[in-house]
Design a protein around this ligand. Structure first.
Ligand code: MG
Length: 180
């Protein structure tokens, strides 16, 4: 019989893999803060952490992370067949499947997610830069893009929530004015 996987097990595996690969929720929240604080000067690192956790709670994101990190780790151990082994191990610039996988998980967060992902892919903020650096040990061909994807999604989430709050406040003001 096929084994049924519980969502709590998937979430736990994702968090374990991220930690094992040296990425913390705070690292990603820092990128989110860097991206969104120009638009919201009151933005706290705690709300960025909350947003990152919410994104990490999404099944599509969890699955993308499990696939990408697994391929990075297998490449690191030389376990893939050629030519994929060499392509992933060398982070071949025309490979593109790392970006495609990561971009797929951003799409649920609207166009701000997509444009922020493009920005992060180009400018490599915070831990993304550390992961992207080809010097040093470890293969992070997929993980750098996936971290950008989590940060972009969490940023977009904050942008939309901020607008929702502003609209609710404006509506409340209107109601107050009409009432007085
Ligand atoms: Mg990559």
């Amino acid at each position: 019989m096929k084994r049924k996987v519980h969502s709590a097990e998937v979430k736990q595996a994702v968090m374990g893999k991220l930690a094992a690969r040296g990425v913390t929720v705070e690292d990603i929240a820092y990128i989110v803060h860097e991206m969104q604080s120009p638009y919201d000067t009151n933005l706290t690192i705690d709300s960025c952490i909350n947003s990152v956790n919410a994104v990490l709670g999404k099944r599509e994101m969890q699955h993308a992370l499990l696939v990408g990190i697994e391929l990075d780790m297998l490449a690191e151990q030389g376990m893939l067949s050629e030519p994929l082994q060499s392509i992933i191990e060398s982070d071949e610039s025309l490979f593109g499947c790392d970006e495609t996988l990561a971009l797929g998980s951003v799409l649920g967060y609207g166009s701000i997610g997509v444009t922020t992902f493009g920005h992060l892919d180009k400018h490599k903020v915070g831990i993304i830069k550390k992961l992207d650096t080809k010097i040093g040990k470890g293969v992070h061909t997929f993980l750098d893009d996936l971290v950008a994807s989590i940060a972009a999604s969490a940023s977009s989430r904050i942008a939309h929530h901020t607008r929702d709050i502003e609209e609710r406040e404006a509506e409340a003001d209107d109601t107050e004015e009409t009432a007085s």
